[in-house]
Write a protein that binds this ligand. Sequence first.
Ligand SMILES: Nc1ncnc2c1ncn2[C@@H]1O[C@H](COP(=O)(O)OP(=O)(O)O)[C@@H](O)[C@H]1O
Ligand SMILES: [Mg+2]
Length: 213
Amino acid sequence: MLVIAVVNLKGGSTKTTTAGHLAAAIHEAGMKVLGVDCDGENESLQKWQEAADLPWPVVTLAVSNVHKQLPGIVGDRYDVVVIDTPPMKAQRGTVYSVLRIATHVVIPMAPTPVEYDRLLAVREILAEVADDREDGQSPIHAVLLTRVKPRAASTGVYRGLTVADGVTVLKAQIGSLERFAQSWGDPMVKVLDTAYGAAAMELLDLDRQEVTA
Ligand SMILES: Nc1ncnc2c1ncn2[C@@H]1O[C@H](COP(=O)(O)OP(=O)(O)O)[C@@H](O)[C@H]1O
Ligand SMILES: [Mg+2]
């Protein structure tokens, strides 16, 4: 079973939008997916599920020992678990616990100086958590560029800076689009055809060798 965690330092970084669309794409691809809402507050994945009656389940687990509770809740019924997390700055313990059991971590990031600056804190927690994981390594992780403007030079600039930092950046990138900006609470359909579908498939293909190469 894969556990994909969507993580960033602050709110407003498109974590929930990303978690929702990745889960929807994975569901459309025919895998059994469970959404896990470790935020519970804000415009959370659980409330999205309630509003839109999404065709895959979401459970709320807004606790600081997710790594202990999740295995018992999930059992062996799912292929992929997608975890939406609270802002790390406010709920570091919860995010740290999620990172202990994540197989894959997605860091949504707009190509802007502010969001790039926040990546440092995420890289630090990813390094720190290695000691508390069974494999003794950081989980596989990649930046997903989001809210990308057409033809903006910023996209290439921040992609280049992030790669130079040694962090994988998914080839798929999410445009700054009304479709995504307005999506919370709406049923998501045909997501596999969007950049989120490409991002989901790319993410599931990442293995540790590619990441560290
Ligand atoms: N691709 C996108 N283009 C433009 N706006 C977006 C996009 N994705 C999300 N948003 C907007 O960004 C804001 C924050 O999204 P959200 O997923 O709730 O972030 P977080 O969970 O990190 O707080 C929302 O107002 C949403 O409408
Ligand atoms: Mg959120």
